[in-house]
Ligand binder design. Structure first.
Ligand code: DC
Length: 220
């Protein structure tokens, strides 16, 4: 079974996805980490970010492994490096490159074929897994999302103001909602869940009920 969770940055996707997967006994897939990994490898190797051919080659050949929250690129733990503000700011060209997306979506499908998954990203319910048994679109107001993101950054030792986060977030939202392929949008059959004013546990409870409802109503 696939539970596809999409939504903008800061809506709570990654925390909620991990907890929901644990409760259901499913594995989780953080597809944003894949786009981040390709961006990091390109930056480390000084590949021009407008060279789609070379970016696609990275996406095709990169060896990505996940162990809970740890992301290994070609065998090396790069969990912290893929989450720096520099990678976040430069990710657009990689996420816009159609050939990169084709390779990464194929990789997502290969991984998901190995078991039950909660998979999160921007295009999981629309492009990667249009047949997913359960689709959720997680939203939150800009202010809530920015406060969450600022707190996360603070925990990792980076002090930024909520206003700075909002400004970066608006740019990323625009990019995510307007790319030619794989843009952020709610699938017609996704359930929209707003996370404003809710604790993580409240949201996980709500999603668990949605998934269990789908399982109960699935054709035998
Ligand atoms: O979820 P995240 O913030 O780690 O994602 C980083 C970027 O990767 C996001 O701004 C857009 C891109 N992305 C994407 O294009 N498609 C996905 N399925 C996941 C992420």
């Amino acid at each position: 079974m696939i539970v596809a969770i999409d939504g903008p940055a800061g809506a709570g996707k990654s925390t909620v996805t991990r907890k929901l997967a644990k409760r259901l006994g499913f594995m989780f897939l953080d597809t944003g980490a894949m786009y981040r990994a390709v961006t990091l490898v390109a930056l480390e190797n000084e590949i021009p970010l407008d060279d789609n051919e070379q970016l696609a080659e990275i996406a095709k050949t990169i060896e990505l492994t996940f162990d809970e929250d740890t992301v290994f690129i070609n065998g090396q733990d790069k969990s912290a490096e893929i989450r720096t503000p520099e990678v976040t700011r430069k990710i657009k060209s990689v996420a816009d490159a159609v050939e990169v997306r084709e390779h990464l979506v194929a990789l997502q499908r290969r991984i998901a074929a190995t078991g039950d998954f909660v998979s999160e990203g921007r295009d999981q319910g629309t492009v990667a897994f249009p047949e997913a048994e359960c689709k959720i679109f997680l939203t939150a107001s800009t202010r809530f999302r920015a406060i969450r993101r600022a707190l996360q950054l603070k925990e990792s030792g980076k002090n930024v103001t909520v206003e700075e986060v909002i400004s970066d977030m608006n740019i990323r939202d625009y990019n995510d909602e307007n790319r030619r392929v794989g843009r952020l949008m709610k699938a017609d059959d996704a359930v929209e869940v707003n996370t404003d004013n809710k604790t993580i546990n409240d949201v996980v409870d709500e999603l668990e009920q949605i998934v269990k409802g789908r399982i109960a109503n699935a054709p035998a």
